[in-house]
Design a protein around this ligand. Structure first.
Ligand SMILES: [Cu+2]
Length: 160
């Protein structure tokens, strides 16, 4: 009798332990999911103007324009994105902050690069390597800042 009581006590303990584990982990998962969804929603709400094709002038305001392009037609692997910013007089300007976030809209977040800053090359180009890890539709969201303030948001959609 004592043994049986002991046995059922062990079963009860195990049951409680499992209940504990079950109730903790889904709550955590739910918390992470809703936070991710909220961030994704905020990201979706931000407007990025579709940019003209690579090589074309993109007016970014304040009397400036940019021209962007890639070291090769984007394909699987790493492509280097290049952005040049000019004043209306055609002078190159490297005093801007330029960031890009590459992602696949159909599976948002799965391969998102996050907002990454371009480096400024010796020639005064803003350059950033971008990893294309899957064939399909891609987007690059570009953000340009001046003195820490966002002055332009543009997007480039393309297919690999
Ligand atoms: Cu993908």
């Amino acid at each position: 009798m004592a043994f049986m009581k002991n046995g059922s006590f062990t079963v009860l303990l195990s049951f409680l332990l499992i209940l504990c584990l079950l109730s903790v982990s889904p709550a955590e998962t739910r918390g992470q999911k809703s936070m991710g969804a909220r961030e994704a929603k905020a990201e979706e709400a931000t407007v990025y103007v579709p940019m003209p094709e690579p090589g074309k002038k993109v007016v970014i305001g304040n009397g400036y324009y940019l021209v962007y392009g890639f070291d090769k037609k984007p394909k699987l692997g790493t492509v280097i994105m290049k952005v040049e910013i000019f004043s209306t007089e055609g002078r190159k300007d490297t005093s801007f902050g330029v960031k890009a976030n590459a992602d696949m809209p159909s599976m948002r977040g799965a391969h998102s690069s996050g907002d990454r800053s371009f480096a400024v090359s010796r020639r005064g180009d803003y350059v950033l390597p971008i990893s294309i890890v899957m064939p399909g539709d891609w987007e690059i969201k570009l953000t340009v800042t001046k003195d820490g303030k966002i002055i332009y948001r543009g997007r480039h959609d393309f297919n690999v």
